[in-house]
Design a protein around this ligand. Structure first.
Ligand code: 5GP
Ligand code: ZN
Length: 118
């Protein structure tokens, strides 16, 4: 069982933000912003590549509600999902990073020069 599946079953403890029968939200153990919540489906999908569209639709509503619950809906936020090797995905259970609570800069994505790829 993967690490996030163990968080769903509570075999590994986590600091929960919200849950329903299909999805779970908890604070990232190594936060990169004042608010850094991880949002996952309880069912295991390796990454965003694998989630069916209808499940993603329900997950979208859950994610929108989590942003409200942690108080960043009005101020704004960023959602990131790292996918596969080039996406630098470390945990192979689909998760969305919900980041906010401060003005997020975009510059830390400038480690590659996009002109090199055009
Ligand atoms: P990735 O790089 O796969 O997109 O992000 C994985 C995230 O999971 C990282 O931000 C990391 O801090 C977080 N993480 C890894 N293990 C645990 C854990 O056991 N508990 C919690 N709360 N977060 C974790
Ligand atoms: Zn899993």
């Amino acid at each position: 069982m993967c690490i996030f599946c163990k968080i769903v079953t509570k075999e590994i403890p986590s600091n929960m933000v919200a849950e329903n029968e299909s999805f779970y939200a908890f604070h990232d153990i190594n936060p990169k912003a004042p608010v850094h919540v991880l949002i996952i489906p309880k069912a295991h999908y390796d990454s965003f590549r694998d989630i069916p569209g209808d499940v993603m639709g329900k997950m979208t509503t859950f994610m929108q509600n989590v942003a409200k619950e942690v108080g960043i809906d009005e101020s704004g936020y960023r959602i990131i999902s790292n996918i596969g090797d080039d996406g630098a995905q470390e945990v192979k259970h689909l998760h969305f990073h919900l980041l906010g609570g401060t003005h997020l800069h975009w510059g830390h994505f400038s480690d590659a020069n996009s002109k090199d790829f055009l």
